[in-house]
Design a protein around this ligand. Structure first.
Ligand code: 13P
Length: 120
């Protein structure tokens, strides 16, 4: 199962904390982690094996959206920062739209992500 990790700058620490809190589940299941570029760097530095794609503003969200559309990515954990502006907002909306089009679970905050990760 492939899980995509994306966190806006104000949420990257929360993403690492979330992964550490659920490390056991992530290690027990056969999970491949992928991430947008900078999120991936933080996740890797925290000791996780992760495939880093492009940084979000440079097309990372779009790459993950394509994997969702192609049926490669099975879950998206996207810790958005609703208090910040993002130059690539169209890509963000496209990713969330394609999760809905293809019925792929999408969590946009740690509380939702915890429920999803416990369900796998
Ligand atoms: O901008 C992002 C998601 O929209 C995240 O991208 P980075 O992980 O490269 O910071």
């Amino acid at each position: 199962m492939e899980i995509a990790l994306i966190a806006h700058d104000g949420k990257k620490a929360e993403m690492v904390q979330f992964l550490n809190e659920h490390r056991q589940i992530l290690e027990q299941k056969r999970i491949t982690l992928i991430a947008t570029g900078t999120t991936g760097q933080k996740v890797k530095a925290a000791g996780y094996d992760v495939l880093s794609l492009l940084s979000g503003p440079r097309g990372g969200d779009a790459q993950i959206a394509a994997r969702v559309a192609e049926g490669i990515c099975n879950m998206v954990l996207f810790f958005r920062d609703p208090l910040d502006r993002h130059p690539h907002e169209p890509d963000i909306l496209m990713l969330m739209r394609l999760c809905d089009v293809h019925n792929v679970p999408l969590a946009t905050n740690p509380a939702s992500a915890a429920l999803l990760i416990k369900a796998i």
